[in-house]
Design a protein around this ligand. Structure first.
Ligand SMILES: [Zn+2]
Length: 457
């Protein structure tokens, strides 16, 4: 089947041009002016922006957390992703300590198979270290899992730093890259113990026990380790101005550092935790926590200046009833925000339409850079002949309002309730098939596992 998207503005990381996009079967056949209409279903895209399908490099679907499981599994999460223009997610396979990486990969493939409506890949979590796991890292690369995750906080996930260093060296050997959650665990634990001793058990204690300097300290710590190992790393969900300083210092030393941030750090500020109403504050609990206005502005400047490579969501959703688990003790609130559905429209509205970033920036942040960083370029991340026919048709004139009532995510709130958008996603094509039409998800759960290669960013 042929589809001709006619007369839209085609966005890349370097330019915007008026062009037709001809898709045949699952792939893009041609991009140019006045392409032949014969035999094609012609779709008038005049006045619309055509982005490559967005890639979300940070989601947690069907993840067991602190005695519960995320509200979104691969079925609801992927439908929500598609609805927001995201045609591929990279989720985190997370074996428990003592398990093999193979077991983690099999488990996550099982969670996604036959359920996922968008394409997907997996990062592999390294939360244990031994000879077997070191060997398995090579096997994971062969399986198309080329990125890995390590934690500097959460005892269930952390490994000793000597092992972390060994893991970095092993990844360097095979050409894999680690994304790391950077927060200083020991001091956070001490701050939590103090808050508890003082009886300060409400959600307001959450940001106070995970202050900005403890993220920056861990970022600096990681980057010195990476300097010694002489290998690139990804700082995931970077949220503060101070952490950016650490990244700049490492880059000045000649290191390659990739940085990811998330919409909630770009749009919200820490006053969200001040509400006396438990749920109003608890629904924003995530780690790192929402930061201050100054941090937010520093992140926007860094997006503009190319210092941050990608905006992913860290989608990790829980219902308000699940968030109630921490009513007596803020440390028991399952941490994470829903976001996989709203990233594109938020970045367009608060970024492009507000004049903070350009269309090209947005395309690099959501499409090109994650495709290159996560090793699926140019199959994904670009509208070019031979690439998958993943296209987001964005209507900049179709303003809307974000509400929980109108979302596919399996949660009963939105962190952005009432947020007026500039434009919205009109259609989404996934490998040539119309997957979303004006909010209606048409795609069956036939998303594919996309094997990924080495980072080319
Ligand atoms: Zn995460």
């Amino acid at each position: 089947m042929r589809t001709l998207l006619k007369g839209g503005l085609v966005i890349s990381g370097t330019e915007t041009r008026r062009a037709d996009v001809l898709i045949e079967g699952e792939a893009i056949l041609a991009v140019g002016t006045d392409l032949p209409e014969e035999g094609a279903r012609v779709v008038d895209c005049s006045g619309k922006l055509l982005f490559p399908g967005f890639i979300d490099g940070h989601t947690h679907f069907d993840l067991p957390v602190a005695g519960t499981v995320t509200a979104d599994d691969f079925a609801s999460g992927s439908r929500a992703a598609l609805r927001g223009g995201t045609t591929m997610v990279v989720d985190f396979a997370a074996p428990d300590k003592g398990e093999t990486l193979r077991h983690g990969l099999d488990l996550w493939r099982e969670k996604a198979a036959g359920k996922c409506a968008c394409d997907y890949g997996f990062h592999m979590t390294i939360d244990d270290w031994n000879g077997g796991i070191s060997r398995e890292i090579g096997e994971m690369m062969d399986e198309g899992v080329s990125t890995f995750k390590m934690y500097m906080t959460y005892p269930a996930m952390m490994i000793p730093e000597g092992d972390m260093y060994s893991a970095l060296l092993r990844l360097k050997e095979v050409g894999g890259v680690a994304g790391v959650h950077c927060e200083n665990s020991g001091i956070i634990d001490a701050l939590i113990a103090r808050a508890k001793a003082e009886g300060k058990l409400s959600p307001a204690s959450h940001p106070r026990t995970r202050p900005a300097p403890l993220e920056a300290e861990a970022v600096g710590h990681l980057l010195r380790m990476a300097q010694l190992a002489d290998t690139p790393v990804i700082v995931v969900h970077l949220s503060t101005a101070a952490s950016l300083e650490e990244v700049r210092a490492a880059r000045k030393r000649g290191q390659t550092v990739y940085v990811e941030t998330c919409p909630h750090y770009l749009l919200l500020e820490d006053s969200v935790y001040d509400s006396p109403e438990y749920r109003e504050a608890a629904k924003f609990v995530c780690a790192p926590p929402i930061r201050k206005k100054e941090d937010r502005e520093a992140l926007w400047a860094a997006l503009r200046g190319g210092e941050i490579q990608t905006v992913a969501t860290d989608h990790c959703s829980f219902t308000l009833a699940q968030k109630d688990m921490g009513r007596e003790d803020f440390t028991r609130i399952p941490g994470g925000l829903p976001g996989v559905e709203t990233r594109g429209v938020l970045l367009y509205t608060a970024g492009v339409a507000a004049g903070r970033i350009t269309l090209q920036d947005m395309c690099r942040l959501l499409c090109e850079n994650p495709a290159k960083l996560y090793g699926c370029w140019p199959r994904k991340g670009t509208i070019a002949p031979g690439s998958d026919g993943d296209v987001v048709v964005y209507d900049p004139a179709a303003d809307s309002v974000i509400t929980a009532a109108d979302q596919a995510m399996n949660v009963d709130y939105s962190p952005y309730e009432g947020f007026p958008t500039a434009g919205s996603v009109a259609q989404v094509y996934l490998r040539g098939a119309l997957a979303v039409d004006h909010g209606e998800v048409l795609a069956p759960p036939e998303g594919r596992f996309i094997p990924r290669g080495k980072c080319v960013l």
